[in-house]
Write a protein that binds this ligand. Structure first.
Ligand SMILES: Cc1cc2nc3c(=O)[nH]c(=O)nc-3n(C[C@H](O)[C@H](O)[C@H](O)COP(=O)(O)OP(=O)(O)OC[C@H]3O[C@@H](n4cnc5c(N)ncnc54)[C@H](O)[C@@H]3O)c2cc1C
Length: 281
């Protein structure tokens, strides 16, 4: 907002944004060079978050237009991992054949935002916007995935938690996400209590045939916390309660608090475990 003498407060519009140069690289090499050398570079993926941020005052020195980077597109199996290009839109990812390698992933991915957002918003932009209410970080945390960055310093692989800590090199570009395809890996995603709480459960079998599980819990205001599950018992409620006992005390949403998150989280997780059990019976 700004004030005009005879009109009062006026909302800022696109016309108020100062002009800036745009670079549209075709290869990752060109994109990395643009990020390294341009003045205050800002990558543009789907623009769904960035456009709003710019209207709210985010400055752009140079816009680096990513949409011509074919290397950042596509969801495919690479060795024993699911590889997701940073430019994959939510609609493309949810509809991809490769996503089917992880039962439950396509369904979860199809829930992110409304259709208008799903057609433009990308997996990479979702992570790099770093809003706790965005969900790609929750899914990636549960699935044990990582994100690959390219910069003038070379390539770096980071966990979702490290992205929250801004551990990537300066002026880095997120290129692809990688999810290791453990035996029988599957996902159960519950967003029925959003925005109070969102819970992703990943289950798989380790090399020795042992059942393994990880839950990722997040809220409107808190980045995901990761909880390992002890699946030796058969009582879903006991397994879920034990997992949530490990929820750190500082994981306390200003709206609901730690105690509520423990109780509600354990109840939802138990329901997810029962649902997954029933699906396999
Ligand atoms: C109205 C609305 C509702 C939404 N609802 C949901 C929801 O329910 N659930 C959900 O999960 N998400 C939701 N989103 C977020 C959405 O899913 C998008 O993923 C998100 O807005 C950003 O994606 P984008 O591709 O448009 O990124 P952009 O807006 O282009 O970029 C976002 C940020 O990431 C940076 N960036 C983008 N790509 C890269 C890259 N490859 N490397 C480095 N930096 C990069 C940009 O510079 C910018 O700072 C919503 C967004 C809006 C606007």
């Amino acid at each position: 907002m700004y004030e005009v003498a005879q009109a009062g407060l006026i909302a800022a519009s696109y016309r108020d944004i100062p002009p800036f140069p745009v670079i549209a690289p075709i290869t990752v090499e060109e994109a990395v060079a643009a990020m390294a050398n341009a003045e205050a570079p800002v990558p543009y993926a789907g623009g769904t978050d960035l456009c709003g941020a710019v209207r709210e005052g985010k400055p752009i020195g140079t816009l680096v237009w990513l949409k011509r980077l074919e290397e950042l597109r596509g969801t495919r199996i690479e060795g024993d991992a699911l590889s997701v290009g940073a430019l994959t839109t939510h609609a493309e990812g949810a509809a991809s054949d490769a996503a089917a390698a992880i039962p439950g992933l396509a369904e979860a991915w199809s829930k992110l935002g409304k259709m208008r957002i799903r057609l433009s918003g990308t997996a990479g932009g979702n992570l790099m916007a770093r809003h706790t209410r965005y969900e790609m970080s929750i899914l990636l945390t549960a699935l044990g995935g990582t994100a690959r960055f390219a910069s003038a310093a070379g390539e770096t692989e980071l966990t979702p938690a490290e992205i929250w800590d801004r551990a990537e090199p300066a002026r880095a570009l997120l290129t692809r996400l990688s999810i290791p395809l453990a035996t029988d890996l599957r996902l159960d995603y519950d967003r029925s209590l959003r925005p109070l709480m969102t819970l992703a459960l990943a289950l798989w079998t380790d090399n020795g045939g042992k059942a393994e599980g990880r839950a990722a819990v997040a809220t409107e205001y808190l980045r995901p916390a990761s909880l390992r599950l002890d699946l030796r018992g058969t009582d879903a409620r006991a397994i879920a309660a034990a997992a949530f006992e490990a929820l750190p005390g500082e994981f306390a949403d200003p709206v609901s608090g730690n105690e509520w998150l423990r109780r509600a989280g354990a109840a939802i997780l138990a329901r997810q475990l029962v649902r997954q059990d029933a699906a396999r019976a």
